[in-house]
Every structure is written in C-alpha cells, then in structure tokens.
Design a protein around this ligand. Structure first.
Ligand code: MV4
Length: 650
C-alpha cells in the first residue's frame, strides 16, 4: 500500500479521499488554487502545494504542475477525484511516464470509452445490449436518413463525441430528419470539434440506471449493484438512490453481468460506472464513466464497503476486497445534492459566503450511521464562480426506501444555510412528493410535477413570526448591552408598551408589561441559546433558529426556512438623511425614554430613544457607528412630525 498520495482535486471529493487515506494511515498532499488557499480540503490533508490562479485552467487542470507537486512531495500515487483530470487519458499516461500511479483505469480504457460510436461497437461485440440504432463510420446524410427510417421514429441524433446531453436532437418524423441532422452536426463541430453522429431509437420515458463496477489487476471484476439517477434537471443529477426501486433480482443480475462484460471488454481496472437507459423491462448501454462518481456514497451505504479504500487497494496491486458472492445489498440509501442555486429562477447558480451553515447530526463515513454529510466547505467559506456550486451531499440510509425517504426529509429540514440561494427547500419538496415516494421514476419527473415542486409562496405562520419577533427584541437588547424593555430607567414600569413590527408582508404586535411578553395578544415566554429560541406561545412550545442577514431574518422552524424582511418604520427614521446628521420623528408623538447618555459612543443599530405614537412604542436606533451629540427632548415631551430628535455625529 502507498504511504503518501496526492489528491488532484478540491472540495468535498478531496476531503472524502483524505478521510479514507487517513483511516488507512496514508499521508495526503493537497493541491490548491489562489481561491482555495484557506479551504477545507487543504486543512484535511497533511501537506499542501499551491498550483496557481483560481481558474481551473491555470490550476487544477495543469498536468505538469500536479506532477511536479507529486515529485516534490514524494507522493507515490495521484487520486484525481471526479471532474478535472479524472477522465483525461493524457494525464493517466503522463502519470505512468513520471513513475507515479494514477488511481484510476489504464489510459487505454479511458480512451476506449471516450468515443461513443467506438464504445458502442465494442459493447456490441461483448454482447452488451444497445439501444436499437446506427453507429457506423459512414456518415453520408442519405445513409443516416435511411437508417433513421429503418429504426423507426422518434429517433435521437447524438453527437458521437458528446455527453451529458449536449449535441442531441430528437426527431419525430422522417420529413424533419435532414434539417435536424444538419443542426446537430453544427452544434457538435462547435462543441467537440467533431461532427460525427449516431442515431438511436428515442426512448420517451427512460430511467437512468447505472451499475458500479470494480476490477483489479488480477483479472477479477465485480458489480456493486446499481444506482437510480433518474431524477435530473438539465442533465444535472439531483437525487440518487441505491438500489433502484422496483428492479427485480433477475434484471439486477442481468444488468450487473452486462456491466462487468462492458468493463472486461475494455480491460478495465479500478472503479467505473456503466450507465444504462432503461424503459419497461428493457435496458440498454449508454456510456461508461471511467472514474469514481459523485453519487458513489449510496453504493457504500448499501454494501458497507468504502470505495475509495477499494480504489487505493486496487491501484497498489492488491486483489479486490470482496468477491461477487460476498456482495449483498442491505437496506436503501439516498443522496441529495445541495447546490448554491435558485430553483425559482431556473436553477440559476448562486455565489456568496456561507454566513450560517448547519447540517443535521451526521457521520462523515461509510455506514457508521444513518446520515452522512460529505462537504468541502465550512461556515464562513465562499461559493465562488470558479468551481462547481455544490455545497454538500446529504446521504441517508434506512432499512427500506420509505425509512430512507423519511430520514432524508428530516435531514434536509435540519440543514440550515444563509448567505446564498440554495435548493434545500426544493429537495425537501421533492423527497416529500407523492411522485418521488411512489418510486415510479423517470427522467421527466421534475418537469411533470412542476406545480407541487414550485408552490406559490404562502403567508408565514404565527409561530414563525413569533420567533422572528423574539429575535428582533433579542438583537436590540444585545446591541444596547441591556434589554431596553426591562432594565432601563423605569419608563415602562406602570404601563404596557406596545410595539408593531413589519416582517415581510405581515405585521405583528408585541407587548411587554407586568406579565411578560405578549405576541399578537397571546402570552409569550422566550428562552434563547445563541441563535436558537425556545418560546411558549400560549400553551404551544415553539422551537426555531433565527439568523440575521442585515435586515433580513431567516427563520428556521419545523423543517422549513422563511426569509422575512424586517421593516420598523420608526427605527429607520432619519436614515434617509444619510449618515449622521438629523434624526427626526416620523409621526407626532411623545418621548418615552432616552436610552443612552449624551456623548455616548454607539454602534449602528443601538436603540437611542423610545417614542410613543398612536399607542405604539417605537425605538429610534443609531443609523451608523457614531456619537449621540445631543438629545433635543426629554421624556414626557410631545414632538411633532418631522421634529429633530437628536444630534448624531459620526
Ligand atoms: C437517450 C434518451 C432517450 N433515448 N437516448 C441524456 C444524456 C446522455 N447521457 C443520454 N441521454 C439520453 N439519451 C435515447 N435513445 C434520453 C436521454 C436523456 C436522459 C438520460 C438519462 C438521464 C436523464 C436524461 C434526461 C434527458 C434525456
């Protein structure tokens, strides 16, 4: 076994590989770009080598720099993770030349699976089922047209060099074929520099089922069952699971054996995934991914094996840790990919700082627990435009699919992220949807269930508003170093004070008097631990977490998050005047209390003065860090609208 490896990747997969290496007593070398100098994967490794600027082209994709880093640190092998150089045959070869082990398949196997039409010919010879189609070298349009007519419509024209959904055209009738062919070829030459195409029967309700295979250098090859990755949007996987719901043992075995035949046909070594497209009882070879995949943890959860450990053992020449007969499926596993993106805006990627980040209680390893979180970021880290916007993978295991689904919904409900848009709420609706729960999956599931997955926004419930109100009061108490409602000069002692808060489009009333708080007329008690609140609202206990992002409150409660814009008309009085200067009364009223001394240095947001107007209490806060130069009124004074209340200087 190796004693030191270099991990040529970043983020969660670099952390994932480092975890296994550490467990096996293997030292790790991280590589990083300018954007990743302080990142989690660097901290997860024993050593780190700087590669260059933030763009992948100038850092994670530069073979020479990575090989030089391996040489300089004495790493015996390189784990490429996924993406970046993981399926680059030139890199696999360059590693071999440099005398460093590439932890992946031989360059020849990567290349054999790289070109679609060639791969299909090989698979045909190996008796792996293919979608009825044409993948010949003769590309004469008339011949392709004739082939399409033979296959029968609808057909799919696919760029031979394509992948991931790029360069595909569906054609419904013979009359449309030649125009679609031309447009597909144009796209293919632009995207891949190669306009060869293949023609396939177009399956209209397909499932994406992929089989995990593993081969060693001693001629053994096994399958570790399948993953269903049908739930996708724009060719991006969203939810993956293992095993595939509803797959019979006979079909599982047939697919597993077909996947092993595919791997053997190209002399495969290491971890690989054979993708099938399935419809009804039929399944057909699509392509082979010659790397460890993002969704590998669901396979680990149901088999109990660590696939990175298998990769390291195989790469160092050991035999596979288990035989086919020893591999068994236990329970059911799901993975949800948490992305920085906005589902309501067409899944537009989001960037920003993870100002608040909490995951459910979890383990970071194979099957030690029911919930596993694989993440390459920590609170305070940023999601940048340079790399994939995945924040984390939530992986859950359950005795059966239903239990796994319940656990996933619960895990998503306990995932708290503030600072950028995420798909957490969307994922939760997805796993809670009838369509997904039924297990009748196909690649059109998200589109077909649009209304359930993108419901109209609802007005926030009282419990959420009460948590928000409690947090607003707590923030003011904190910024004043004392609760203005309990420890100030006695201005409230014989009265009940009322305060109105506008939270989003809702307005709530908070009162404080002899008997404590009232929220919209109901008695309320507040217990707080950092960001976590425990209220008694009447007889109802309410727990939640409230995070401020400027004047936006993010209220996490009962598994959902509500973002509320706080608007306190009077607290904002004077802010339009710019920084410092005048603070004026926004309506006629009476001064109730002055909350600090003249000349006091205060922070932005510190309550300065309480006035009462229209039977409500309003607090005027400092518009910026500064000094209260002079109060122009005393408690008890009447003030008219627009009257200057105090002089504030920066
Ligand atoms: C297909 C297909 C229907 N019929 N091939 C999309 C990505 C590429 N790997 C293969 N893809 C498809 N090939 C035939 N003959 C439908 C798709 C497809 C798809 C496949 C798997 C998962 C999601 C998908 C979403 C749209 C289309």
């Amino acid at each position: 076994m190796f004693t030191k490896i270099l991990i040529a990747n970043r983020g969660e997969i670099a952390c994932r590989v480092a975890t296994t290496a550490r467990r096996l007593g293997i030292k790790t070398v991280a590589v990083y770009s300018d954007a990743d100098a302080g990142s989690k994967h660097v901290a997860a490794c024993d050593e780190a080598v700087h590669l260059g600027p933030a763009t992948a082209k100038e850092s994670y994709l530069v073979m020479e720099k990575i090989l030089a880093a391996a040489k300089a640190t004495g790493a015996q092998a390189i784990h490429p993770g996924y993406g970046f150089l993981s399926e680059n045959e030139d890199f696999a070869e360059a590693c071999a030349k440099a005398g460093v082990t590439f932890i992946g398949p031989p360059a020849s196997a990567i290349s054999a699976m790289g070109l679609k039409s060639e791969a299909k010919s090989r698979m045909e010879k190996a008796k792996v089922p293919l979608v009825p189609g044409y993948h010949g070298a003769d590309q004469a349009p008339a011949l392709l047209h004739q082939q399409a007519d033979r296959i029968g419509y609808p057909v799919l024209i696919k760029a031979s060099a394509g992948g991931g959904g790029k360069g595909m055209r569906a054609v419904d009738r013979s009359a449309d074929f030649l125009a679609a062919l031309e447009s597909c070829k144009r796209e293919a030459i632009n995207a891949f520099g190669d306009d060869a195409v293949l023609i396939e029967k177009y399956l209209t309700k397909p499932r994406h089922i992929e089989v995990q295979v593993f081969a060693d250098t001693h001629g053994e090859c096994v399958y570790l069952f399948e993953r269903d990755c049908s739930v996708q949007r724009r060719h991006q996987k969203v939810l993956e699971e293992a095993p595939a719901p509803g797959l019979s043992e006979a079909r599982r075995k047939a697919m597993g054996e077909a996947a092993v035949a595919a791997a053997k046909a190209v002399g495969y070594v290491g971890a690989g995934t054979v993708e099938f497209i399935a419809e009804g009882e039929q399944f057909y070879f699509m392509e082979m991914n010659t790397r460890l995949q993002v969704e590998h943890p669901v396979t680990e959860m149901i088999t109990g094996f660590d696939l990175v450990e298998w990769q390291l053992r195989v790469a160092s020449g050991e035999r596979l840790p288990a035989t086919q007969a020893e591999l068994k499926i236990r329970g059911h596993a799901l993975e949800a990919r948490v992305y920085a993106e906005n589902p309501e805006k067409g899944f537009l990627p989001a960037i920003g700082t993870l100002s608040h980040l909490r995951f459910p209680e979890h383990v970071s390893f194979v099957r030690d627990g029911a919930v596993r979180v694989d993440s390459g970021v920590r609170e305070g880290d940023a999601i940048t435009p340079f790399y994939d916007p995945m924040i984390a993978k939530l992986i859950v295991w359950g005795e059966d699919r239903e239990l796994a689904l319940t656990r996933m919904a619960d895990a998503l409900g306990k995932t708290q992220i503030v600072g950028l848009a995420t798909n957490v709420a969307f994922l939760k609706r997805l796993v809670e949807s009838k369509a997904f729960a039924s297990g009748d999956l196909d690649t059109g599931l998200i589109a077909k269930n649009h209304d359930v997955l993108f419901p109209a926004a609802k007005a926030p419930v009282d419990t959420v508003l009460a948590l928000a109100a409690a947090a607003v009061l707590a923030r003011e108490a904190e910024s004043a170093d004392a609760d203005p409602w309990s420890s100030r000069s006695g201005w409230r002692l014989n009265q009940v004070f009322l305060r109105s808060l506008k939270l989003g489009s809702s307005e709530v009333q908070v009162a404080y008097g002899h008997s404590g708080y009232r929220f919209n007329g109901q008695p309320m008690t507040v217990t707080r631990d950092g960001l976590d609140y425990q209220l008694m609202l009447g007889e109802q206990p309410v727990r939640g977490t409230v995070v401020f992002e400027g004047e936006t409150l993010h209220v996490f409660h009962a598994g959902t998050v509500t973002a509320l814009e706080l608007f306190d008309a009077i607290a904002h009085a004077g802010q339009d005047e710019g920084q410092g200067g005048k603070l004026v009364a926004p309506m006629p009223g009476k001064i109730v209390a002055l909350l600090c001394g003249q000349g006091a240095a205060v922070k932005k947001g510190t309550p300065l003065l309480v006035m009462e107007a229209m039977k409500m209490e309003h607090t005027i806060t400092a518009p910026a860090d500064g000094t209260v130069a002079e109060f122009l009124f005393s408690p008890g004074d009447q003030v008219s609208e627009g009257a200057e209340l105090l002089k504030f200087s920066l």
